[in-house]
Write a protein that binds this ligand. Sequence first.
Ligand code: IPD
Ligand code: CA
Ligand code: CA
Length: 260
Amino acid sequence: MERFELAEALVRKAGAALRQARLEADAVSCKTGHQDLVTVWDRRTEQFLRQGILSEFPSDAIVGEEYPTVSTAAPGAVWYIDPIDGTTNFINQHSNYAVSVGCWQGDEPLFGLVLDVEADRLYHACAGQGAWCGKTPLAASRRKNISELLLFTPDVLRTFLQPSPGRQDLLRLAQDVRAVRSIGSVALELCAVACGEADLCVATRSCPWDHNAARIILQEAGGAIASLNGAPLPLNEPGTVLAAGSSEALDLVLKQYGMQ
Ligand code: IPD
Ligand code: CA
Ligand code: CA
């Protein structure tokens, strides 16, 4: 089986198990604090994905949220997996969470899959072949007037209410756009930009497993993504994220609200 077909089968199987999952009281624990949670299902799903990938591609490397990375210098491809992106939503809503799997060969994207589990909506893209939701092609927004843009962010508190020094312009951006919305899953928020339901996405902290699948989908849909200061988004480090429906919209935001 090729990598993409394997990934799709694993993601769909993981999603089916998560839809059936019911959380016992002791299934939730805090990582760094009460706003940073993990469940037995995050770990179980990551193990399922890891084992499925490595049994077919033992020379590949895996960067996942819940277990240490062995090596990103492996001879094969590198997989970035977030078993549940939106764990808080999984716990409190049992909706608006995703399984996210991205695959890269060195700096080259191969493919990305993001499954909106409860909606059973699979966003996917292979490099150079466009982006899709199921069998529907995706096209990101062409809007360029700031006052018409809908901005998504996964974290309202840290982005707008407690901005880091040098990022106060984010509040001005929030005031200038048409409205601000939050799903609470970086991967789903980037896919919302990919399919034109959102025009911008801002995240002040995002990890490789959060965005390395969805960024492929977004770029294949015609969107653009960078760090908040305009620098290219690193592949293997956490950072900030600014995504837009087009490179013109991204450049406009960077020019008018340029951040450190
Ligand atoms: C988190 C979600 C959340 C974002 C955090 C992420 P998790 O991922 O995407 O919306 O604000 O930065 O870490 O912990 O649910 O996988
Ligand atoms: Ca995540
Ligand atoms: Ca996660």
